[in-house]
Design a protein. Structure first.
Lengths: 361, 266
């Protein structure tokens, strides 16, 4: 592997008595699209601000290209940030906004205008170059904010929930723009978001943060299919989590006795002992429905509580006899095979391969 | 519907009445400044610019007008710089005794002018600084800086706090950020503060009269003329002073209100 572009080593950030970042270690590689995701207050934005120099780590070290950055002031770094609020300068025109960083770097007027216009063209907003910021739409402002940062041709671009203010359909479009830009330019993107769909759609690697700590780092698929701990499994959302006691263990699987029944979980490595507490997850899209009791080893009878449609996908919310909630995700046209109404009884089942043991805490 | 229309008419009439009450005396002064008769009585005499010609040819009045101009321009600049600095320090920093600091800064307009004037005279003469043109500038700056501070502080309130960080993030040092972000953002408020401080200083009488010595400003000259005898010259000077002050205040308002609505609409 190549050397990491950024190394975050044992970094903590305290604000008085409040510890925003407890202790994180992370390496960011050159040219990757890294998403840092977590609920609000998990320390993700603080981490980003430390990368940009707006906050200094209380403990630990941040290195970029092997240089310790802790004491380097924001304006002496090359870490442009795309703000959640966009923070465009309202008294400057579009092109002047984009020129701002170049102006601060002492580049002459003709040259900076040329470069700014070039970026406006790349981002498809050249026609607005002389307009006032206040006359632009949300999506256009977003592009100006991107151009303003990218015109500096940085090695790394920091993005702080940049799409959170946009309409849903624009978010999808901007995601495509961002991914394409990142691939084309080959620069590192560090993208902070609370939105799973944004992170999973764009990132090469996702960092899940919770309570100022890193809960898991992995590809979107890893995080989705094999969450390491309950926090990640819950945060990722469309997961069914079951907890119980290990009843028996063989080489390749374990039987876990939970309140809702006894279930078989496939094991890749045997980490369990009999009598131990264990939790496992089944992704909502790997659960099957059937009208009558299925042949599967893992099955449970539930009542339908409600349905949620997102386009062609539908999520069913169900409860078993112990009021444990289950979620099932499927195509809408598949669902129409069943005649389901709230209150209907239905069987859920899944293959032992679909169940994934939570190894962390 | 009918009753709301009646109410509208009554409220409209009320507003007009208030404006008449406020502006009638000034209007009369303007009317009499063009009246040929020496005494302000009705019926009016003929239209005349006699009094304007008279003040135009009076070197004392020219001197006073020049003094007023110098004082109000200097005051506007000093008060606005002071006001900007205090507004920014309040916006940007948190420190101990910030409450008392702000209270002290905003205190001067609450002190009765005559007390302020006496205090200024006593203080400045102890320091051997009274009776100069710049003694008036000092006193007026103390009086008007709080207004400048208030106007600029309001403007800073409307600024997205990320704007400053964004400038640092794009490579702007703290000074460059001040020069290229904070000041341009506050520009409408700064112009507004300049106009307002100039207007207050241009009109101000009590403090000027106490500390001016021989360097009289226009309001001081007006009093002296009125004390001596009845002379419609004062109406002419008054009209002139009123026009300048109103222009400044309207400019201040326009910049403040127009720019605010423009920048808040998204």
């Amino acid at each position: 592997m190549t050397k990491p572009l950024v190394t975050i080593q044992n970094v903590q950030k305290h604000f008085g008595d409040f510890i925003a970042v407890k202790e994180i270690n992370l390496e960011i590689n050159e040219g990757e699209f890294l998403a840092i995701m977590g609920p609000s207050g998990c320390g993700k934005t603080t981490t980003l601000r430390m990368l940009s120099g707006l906050e200094e780590p209380t403990i630990g070290e941040i290195r970029m290209n092997d240089k310790v950055m802790n004491k380097v002031k924001p304006h002496e770094r090359d870490t442009p940030l795309v703000w959640q609020s966009l923070a465009l300068f309202p008294f400057l025109s579009v092109v002047e906004n984009v020129e701002f960083g170049l102006k601060m770097r002492g580049i002459n007027k003709a040259e900076r205008k040329r470069r700014a216009l070039e970026w406006l063209e790349k981002l498809d907003i050249l026609e607005f170059s002389e307009r006032d910021i206040s006359t632009l739409s949300g999506g256009q402002k977003q592009r100006v904010a991107l151009a303003r940062s990218l015109v500096l041709e940085p090695k790394i671009l920091l993005l702080d929930e940049p799409l959170s203010a946009l309409d849903a359909h624009l978010v999808i479009r901007m995601q495509a723009v961002l991914v394409q830009l990142q691939r084309e330019l080959g620069i590192t993107f560090v993208y902070v978001t609370h939105s799973q769909s944004e992170a999973f759609a764009m990132a090469d690697r996702v960092v899940i943060m919770g309570n100022g700590e890193i809960a898991q780092v992995g590809s979107p698929k890893d995080i989705y299919r094999t969450p390491q701990n309950q926090f990640v499994a819950e945060f990722v959302g469309r997961n069914n989590i079951l907890s119980g006691v290990v009843a028996s263990v063989t080489k390749s699987n374990a039987k876990i006795e939970a309140q809702s029944g006894t279930f078989i979980v496939n094991l890749e490595k045997n980490l369990l002992k009999k009598g131990q507490d264990a939790s496992f997850v089944i992704s909502a899209d790997l659960v099957h429905l059937s009208q009558s009791s299925p042949k599967s080893e893992n099955k449970i009878q539930c009542k339908l509580i409600s349905e949620e449609f997102v386009g062609s996908m539908v999520t069913l919310f169900l409860e078993d006899i112990n009021n444990h909630e289950f979620k099932v995700q499927m195509q809408e046209r598949e669902l129409s095979k069943y005649d389901l109404k709230p209150g209907s009884d239905i069987w859920l089942s899944w293959s032992p391969k679909s169940a994934h043991l939570l190894t962390g805490n | 519907m009918n009753s709301s229309r009646v109410l509208n008419i009554i409220l409209g009439a009320y507003v007009v009445a208030i404006f008449i009450f406020v502006f009638a005396p000034i209007l009369f002064s303007v009317v009499f400044s063009f009246n040929s008769q020496r005494f302000p009585t009705i019926p009016l005499g003929s239209f005349s610019t006699e009094w304007y010609v008279k003040i135009f040819n009076d070197p004392d009045i020219w001197k006073a007008a020049l003094n007023s101009l110098i004082v109000s321009i200097s005051t506007a600049i000093i008060a606005t710089v002071l006001g900007f600095c205090t507004a920014y320090s309040d916006f940007r920093y948190n420190f101990r005794f910030k409450g008392p600091y702000l209270a002290l800064i905003l205190l001067p307009p609450t002190i009765p002018l005559i007390i302020m004037a006496l205090a200024m005279l006593a203080w400045l003469s102890k320091l051997g600084m009274s009776g100069q043109l710049w003694s008036i500038v000092i006193a007026h700056s103390v009086l008007t800086a709080p207004f400048a501070m208030a106007i600029i502080r309001l403007r800073l309130n409307q600024m997205d706090p990320d704007l400053e960080s964004a400038s640092w993030n794009l490579g702007g040092s703290e000074w460059a950020t001040m020069r290229y972000v904070i000041i341009p953002f506050c520009k409408p408020a700064i112009i507004s503060a300049l106009c307002l401080a100039a207007a207050v200083s241009f009109d101000e009488f009590a403090v000027s009269w106490f500390v001016s010595g021989l360097n009289k400003t226009l309001p001081v000259v007006i009093l002296e003329i009125v004390q001596g005898n009845i002379d419609p010259q004062v109406n002419a000077i008054g009209t002139f002073v009123f026009l300048i002050s109103m222009t400044l205040v309207i400019l201040a308002q326009t910049f403040f209100v127009y720019r605010q609505t423009k920048s808040t609409e998204k």
